[in-house]
Ligand binder design. Structure first.
Ligand SMILES: Cc1cc2nc3c(=O)[nH]c(=O)nc-3n(C[C@H](O)[C@H](O)[C@H](O)COP(=O)(O)OP(=O)(O)OC[C@H]3O[C@@H](n4cnc5c(N)ncnc54)[C@H](O)[C@@H]3O)c2cc1C
Length: 379
């Protein structure tokens, strides 16, 4: 494998670096707050106007037709420059790729550009009060009516649900069906009649989630994604990117590991041998994730299906993120509390604690690795 970047890739990196260094906003208020959210959206729009919002999408939707490798390079530069969390992430990283694969031309033309420009923000409406790890246990239903469907049920833990305009989720369209069968993937307007959105605060107090109630919400036929009754297959196309590379790219952890090294150098008195070993360990694991990303990119480019291996990546970054933060907090000691105000280590630690839950828990990822990669028997 050739680990050198081509001259074109190097000039792509230089162009991204120049833009990001000049434009990344500093000290934005937190994303999931009424004062922070619009400023993050403004930043997304600046990214879009300069064609940096969705570099790997087709040009007609505001992208640059870049390869996955170029997207990985962009992500490294984005986090190196201190870019904030993406307000559009559930749209551009989850629904977007699913629409590109399963959407009709009409759906793609109608939805993708607005999603990338942060004009329409999307949240994921999958989990239900009685269906999380076991998503196929979901009970929300959709009844066929003239010209569309009426949706009933409740979705929960929708990240950024209070700030979003639309949601995407699975509903049971065949009342006789069980488990994975008879489900349909719907795109739902959160302003529609019959919708109720209730905010749920995160550990840090920000309005990070919402519960979404649906009581006879009309969704037109044109907002079914994929075939009626085949929603499970469409949804599984969303989980690959979520668990693997795209929702948490290696660039984020490389930048965080560099920040940790800088913090340790800044506070040598707080770092004994044990801490120094941990800093080195986390830095190497961030670099290992980068190598895993590059290897995965080559395999995808060769037409291979990454499949269950995205669970290995999810496990790796979920726990690396927590380790990086815990070491930083130990170095900061009592200063970690006051640092919370600036939205740095402490605040992102509180969110990081949820990594082994969202996007599929670590126990579920280990089950997948055990059964589908190692071939261990199912219990
Ligand atoms: C920060 C955050 C953001 C989220 N964002 C979204 C979102 O935007 N949209 C959305 O739809 N959902 C979202 N979720 C919900 C998330 O997907 C679920 O919390 C997750 O799938 C787990 O489901 P559950 O909470 O119902 O827990 P359960 O499934 O009830 O699990 C409880 C415990 O049992 C374990 N367990 C369950 N089944 C097994 C098994 N077969 N083997 C071993 N152990 C098992 C789990 O690992 C867990 O420890 C988010 C959650 C968090 C924390």
């Amino acid at each position: 494998m050739d680990l050198e970047y081509t001259p074109e890739q190097q000039s792509f990196r230089a162009e991204a670096r120049a833009f990001l260094e000049a434009h990344v906003p500093k000290n934005l208020p937190p994303l999931d707050t009424p004062e922070g959210f619009p400023l993050h959206v403004e930043w997304e729009q600046l990214l879009f106007d300069n064609r940096w919002a969705v570099v790997d999408w087709p040009e007609k939707y505001g992208g640059r037709d870049c390869s996955l490798l170029e997207w990985l390079i962009f992500e490294e530069e984005y986090y190196r420059a201190g870019g904030p969390q993406r307000a559009t992430q559930n749209g551009i990283f989850l629904l977007g790729p699913t629409l590109l694969k399963f959407g009709s031309e009409e759906q793609k033309d109608r939805i993708l550009t607005k999603m990338a420009r942060a004009e329409e923000l999307w949240c994921q409406g999958w989990s239900e009060p009685g269906a999380g790890s076991d998503l196929a246990a979901l009970t929300s239903r959709a009844d066929k009516v003239d010209g569309g469907f009426k949706l009933y049920g409740a979705k929960t833990w929708s990240t950024r649900g209070t700030f979003s305009h639309k949601t995407f989720g699975l509903f049971r369209t065949d009342p006789e069906s069980e488990r994975h069968r008879g489900l349909t993937y719907f795109l739902v307007d959160l302003q529609a009649e019959g919708i109720g959105v209730r905010p749920i605060n995160k550990l840090d107090g920000d309005e990070g989630f919402a519960e979404v109630y649906l009581d006879g919400v009309f969704v037109p036929d044109r907002d079914v994604l994929g075939e009626v009754g085949k929603g499970w297959n469409v949804a599984m196309a969303t989980t690959g990117p979520e668990r693997g590379l795209t929702l948490r790219s290696p660039g984020r952890f490389l930048a965080m590991a560099d920040r940790l090294v800088a913090l340790a150098k800044d506070r040598p008195d707080a770092c004994d041998d044990r801490i120094r070993d941990r800093v080195a360990d986390h830095w190497m694991k961030a670099e290992a994730f980068r190598q895993l990303g590059l290897w995965t990119d080559r395999r995808i480019a060769a037409g291979e299906d990454v499949g269950a291996e995205s669970s290995v990546m999810k496990l790796h970054w979920s726990h690396l993120d927590i380790d990086l933060h815990e070491t930083a907090l130990e170095i900061l000691g009592p200063d970690a509390e006051s640092e919370m105000k600036n939205g740095a280590w402490m605040k992102s630690y509180l969110f990081g604690l949820a990594n082994p839950i969202w996007g599929g828990t670590s126990e579920i990822q280990r089950n997948i690795v055990a059964e589908r990669i190692l071939g261990l028997p199912r219990k």
